[in-house]
Design a protein around this ligand. Structure first.
Ligand SMILES: [Fe+2]
Ligand SMILES: [Zn+2]
Length: 411
């Protein structure tokens, strides 16, 4: 049903950020002309505005926390009166059940929400043609370079740091740029090395398929770091290959949408199961089920899950669906192996590679130690801190760039 509006207020000349507001005849809608890169007419529901009222009684601006309780709301809330003063919309709501409330909606708050929605359109990750490189001393000593590092991780999902010491405290210093590490059953800063009878193939000399780490966690870690502290000249092989999953998935969506869809539908379990005590990890028995591709409400990729070492049998009673799954799974696997986006790097002592484990796959060539050692210190940081530190540090330094980093939708 069409809603008619009665213009109730025209802004004065001094209020340049808005041309007018108008309340619908029923009082259930408010139309606002926002001046953001031109004039944009937006329509808001009276209940939504009441729910998001920014007055002191309803909202705590210091903590950015809402104080209004849903029980204070009802579907019959209408706008009785609205006007603008000093770039703030003042609204008087009425509800037969809850009486009246006088509150405020700042124009800037509406503009910020609009801009955030718009920024989604250009928030696609950037795909690196080669691995960006920074100097360790720069990243440690300068906030601008720390920001550059976090920005590279945010935009490209990968960054190499060179000329770091090969001491054990290096990763701790670097990860201190984020609030916390993400502890795992391997500890906080496990040493990755080839050992006899490993309970994890990562601690062997064999090759590793393209994979993401720790998909059996409720929150798989977002940032993963390898710090090479020793690689003797007699060691042969062991190069790492990184693959940005984002362009691979976009290709898949274009060339084989039916496979893309199957991979968003079929649940797959990833497990970590071993009961042997040893010096590198605690016994564990974990399993979580997720489709390989998870979408947000816009149909954009919100998360990917790929680890063929830790995958459990796919259990489907519908064998036709299972056949479709295997077609899609094998197609995806071949795409991963033959992708033009492989970034191969042989990590040398003093080099640290950091990458987004929610967006990148990594693999490893097999290697021969020939009597030598290949040792990495490793650690993880939760994905939440990548976006948060990008915004917090960026704001402190006067940058106002939008995150482009990860699939996870925030809108
Ligand atoms: Fe791994
Ligand atoms: Zn209020």
């Amino acid at each position: 049903m069409a809603i008619s509006f009665a213009r109730c207020f025209l802004s004065s000349v001094s209020v340049r950020s808005i041309s007018s507001i108008a309340v619908s005849d029923s009082g259930s809608r408010l139309k606002v002309h926002l001046e953001v890169k031109g004039s944009v007419a937006k329509e808001y529901s009276s209940l939504w505005l009441r729910h998001n009222c920014q007055c002191e009684e309803c909202y705590d601006s210091l903590s950015s926390m809402m104080k209004v309780h849903p029980n204070q709301l009802s579907e019959d809330i209408v706008i009785h009166k609205a006007d603008i003063k000093d770039d703030v919309i003042r609204i008087n709501w009425n509800s037969p059940n809850f009486g009246s409330h006088e509150g405020i909606i700042p124009l800037q708050w509406l503009k910020n929400l609009h801009m955030k929605q718009e920024s989604r359109k250009d928030s696609k990750p950037l795909v690196a043609a080669s691995i960006p490189v920074l100097e360790y001393s720069d990243v440690i000593d300068s906030d601008e370079h720390t920001y550059q590092w976090i920005r590279n991780l945010n935009y490209f999902g990968i960054c190499l740091i060179e000329n770091a010491p090969i001491t054990t405290d290096v990763l701790e210093k670097l990860v201190g740029k984020f609030p916390h590490v993400q502890p795992t059953t391997y500890g906080n800063y496990p040493l990755l090395y080839a050992k006899d009878d490993p309970t994890d193939l990562g601690f062997s000399t064999s090759n590793l398929h393209f994979h993401q780490d720790l998909l059996y966690y409720e929150s798989p870690p977002g940032i993963e770091l390898f710090h090479c502290v020793r690689r003797d000249s007699c060691v042969v092989g062991g190069e790492n290959i990184f693959l940005d999953f984002y362009p691979v998935l976009e290709e898949l969506r274009q060339e084989a949408p039916q496979y893309f869809e199957v991979l968003t539908k079929v649940p797959v379990s990833f497990q970590r199961r071993h009961y042997m005590k040893n010096d590198v990890e605690t016994p564990s028995d974990m399993s979580i089920s997720r489709p390989h591709i998870q979408l947000d409400r816009y149909g954009e990729v919100a998360a990917v899950n790929w680890n063929t070492h830790h995958q459990e049998p796919v259990m489907l009673d519908d064998l036709d669906l299972l056949d479709s799954y295997y077609k899609a799974f094998l197609y995806m696997s071949r795409k991963i192996e033959s992708s033009k986006y492989h970034l191969e790097h042989c990590l040398l002592p003093g080099q640290i590679i950091a990458f987004n484990n929610r967006r990148f796959l990594h693999s490893r060539n097999s290697f021969q130690l020939n009597g030598g050692f290949r040792n990495f210190h490793t650690t993880y940081v939760n994905i939440d801190y990548l976006r948060s530190q990008f915004l917090v540090l960026g704001k402190a330094l006067g940058f106002n760039e939008s995150p482009k980093n990860i699939f996870m939708s925030t809108l």
